[in-house]
Design a protein around this ligand. Structure first.
Ligand code: KIV
Length: 263
């Protein structure tokens, strides 16, 4: 997979699949699956570090997780998130942030929103750093959005988002994530762009879909937004296995002869 395959897949009507990934062991598992690309998202701050939102993600945190994922799934197209404020400083600091993620092994970076970012997107793409855009419910703006809610619901907001998507395409983004927006708006944006859209809570008509690994596998029991489908009951499987282990140790069933050194 490279950035041109994203557009080719859109042209061929082939759905793009993306999953977040934050660690080596999960990356090893995902490398053997047909998923098209992996995202080291800033949701790492929540899923792996227990913060309540993504504002606590730092560039060092994302770079560390990116290098672990790249060691486990180096053959996949890996995108890393530029975290909160890391790309809203001087051009030099913004480029250094993107450089850290690319040197950790990412093949592209993702950043949230269009306003104020277009010049940087142009600069990064011209410097050899592919950029994925992200519009809709962008958590890094949660306080200016007045909380976490579906975006683009009225005509004015919808039109603004469509213009932002076109501006991201024009600035050089190779794809755009659309998060938590009405199906009709996601469809309209998808049809208006030459580059693909990857949806999360944006309905079935985007060019691809992304889910958070822990949500997809049912590990996250604390929070289940409407758009999440768990394809596995990970939480129950893990806790049942731990129960079995504890029982086996307590009853003397583990370790048995096969797990022991005889001499
Ligand atoms: O960090 C993340 O998990 C994301 C997805 C919601 C696209 O950016």
């Amino acid at each position: 997979m490279n950035i041109f395959d994203f557009t080719l897949m859109k042209q061929r009507n082939e759905k793009i699949t993306m999953i977040t990934c934050y660690d080596y062991t999960s990356a090893r598992m995902l490398t053997g699956t047909p998923v098209d690309c992996l995202l080291v998202g800033d949701s790492v701050a929540m899923t792996m570090h227990g913060y309540k939102d993504t504002l606590s993600a730092t560039i060092e945190m994302i770079a560390l997780h990116t290098s672990a994922v790249c060691r486990g799934a180096g053959d996949k197209f890996i995108i890393a998130d530029l975290p909160f404020l890391s790309y809203r400083k001087s051009l030099s600091e913004n480029v250094t942030a993107a450089q850290m993620l690319m040197q950790a092994g990412a093949k592209a970076v993702k950043l949230e929103n269009a306003a104020g970012n277009l010049e940087l997107i142009r600069h990064l793409t011209e410097s050899g750093i592919p950029v994925m855009g992200h519009l809709g419910l962008t958590m890094q703006l949660m306080h200016t959005l007045g909380g976490l809610k579906v975006q683009g619901k009225n005509q004015q907001a919808a039109e603004r988002m469509k213009q932002d998507a076109l501006a991201l395409q024009e600035a050089g983004c190779f794809a755009v994530v659309l998060e938590c927006i009405p199906n009709a708006l996601a469809t309209d944006i998808t049809q208006s762009l030459l580059i693909p859209t990857i949806g999360i809570g944006a309905g079935p008509h985007t060019d691809g879909q992304v889910l958070v690994y822990q949500d997809l596998l049912g590990f996250n029991i604390d929070f289940k937004p409407k758009f999440v489908k768990s394809f596995h009951d990970g939480y129950a499987h893990v806790t049942n296995s731990i129960d079995e282990y504890v029982k086996a140790v307590r009853t003397g069933g583990f370790p048995s002869d096969e797990h022991c050194y005889k001499s």
